[in-house]
Write a protein that binds this ligand. Structure first.
Ligand code: NDP
Length: 256
């Protein structure tokens, strides 16, 4: 019985920014459990590489080129997926970027870029895929938030990123409440530092890395499959009673 709860056979999943790292690991986890996976990725080259990795394992997968800041394109992507497969069961709003600048010197363009991808893009994804799920009376949306939506990182200065991720967590709870009686669950995962392209520049700065690890009870960064496993749980029927939850996978960072 419990094994069946994690079975995603016949289900259709979409992962934004699914071409690499956390997004690709998530696509892999969902596909390994039986889902057909659509990776929606802005960079065609990254997308093709992710698709090839999924197909090399024999998984049914396809690539949509998508910029999550283009709300019409996000809606078109959701409509195309439902037109082709007749359903969409799981949507993972994973696409995101991290930039850094002191608050008092933050250029408008940088503020808008981070908020546009990390918050607006998540909303567009929830709205577009959530609408089809509400029509079907079932579905699971998982937003990739961050511990940065709970604490403020140190020493890097990233008010835009932190504010956008806090917004993702509250957007998650708000939509979960709106849609709870209509069969659609909305949850988030809040990772610590995960070893990806996003954190590489910080990990290469010895002084930053030491501070990060000193502030992390487990004393290590995470790997993309450790976040994918959290998303997998929330995507499946094993989490049938879980909605509006922010699953904190932070190696203990927010304990202290
Ligand atoms: P990566 O940069 O490795 O991957 C992010 C992916 O999203 C890239 O493939 C990127 O494309 C894509 N992307 C960027 N902008 C857009 C867009 N406008 N539309 C569609 N796709 C886009 O990052 P991670 O795997 O590390 O991060 C994934 C998510 O996890 C992000 O939301 C991030 O904020 C979050 N997170 C990451 C943490 C970490 O420590 N790594 C910690 C906490 C949260 P491109 O190849 O063009 O860059």
């Amino acid at each position: 019985m419990y094994k069946e709860l994690f079975d995603l056979s016949g289900r259709v999943a979409v992962v934004t920014g699914g071409g690499r790292n956390i997004g690709l690991a998530t696509a892999m986890a969902l596909a390994e459990h039986g889902a057909k996976v659509v990776i929606a990725e802005i960079d065609p080259k990254v997308g093709e590489e992710g698709l090839a990795a999924l197909q090399a394992k024999g998984y049914e997968a396809e690539l949509h080129q998508l910029d999550v800041t283009d709300s019409r394109a996000v809606t078109a992507c959701a409509d195309a997926v439902v037109k082709k497969y007749g359903r969409v069961d799981i949507a993972v709003a994973n696409a995101g970027i991290a930039l850094s600048a002191p608050g008092e010197e933050m250029p408008d363009e940088q503020w808008h870029k981070v908020v546009d991808i990390n918050l607006n893009g998540v909303f567009y994804t929830n709205r577009a895929f959530g609408k089809h799920m509400l029509d079907a009376g079932k579905g699971s949306i998982i937003n990739i938030g961050s511990m940065s939506g709970i604490i403020s990182n140190y020493p890097q200065e990233q008010v835009h990123y932190n504010a956008a991720k806090a917004g993702v967590h509250h957007l998650t709870k708000s939509l979960a409440g709106e849609w709870a009686k209509r069969g659609v669950r909305v949850n988030a995962v809040a990772p610590t530092y995960i070893e990806t392209a996003m954190t590489k520049p910080g990990m290469e700065k010895a002084d930053w890395y030491k501070i990060w690890m000193d502030m992390t009870p487990m004393g290590r960064v995470g790997q993309p499959p450790e976040i994918a496993a959290c998303v997998l749980f929330l995507a499946t029927d094993a989490a049938s009673l879980v909605t509006g939850h922010v699953l904190v996978a932070d190696a203990g960072y927010t304990i202290w």
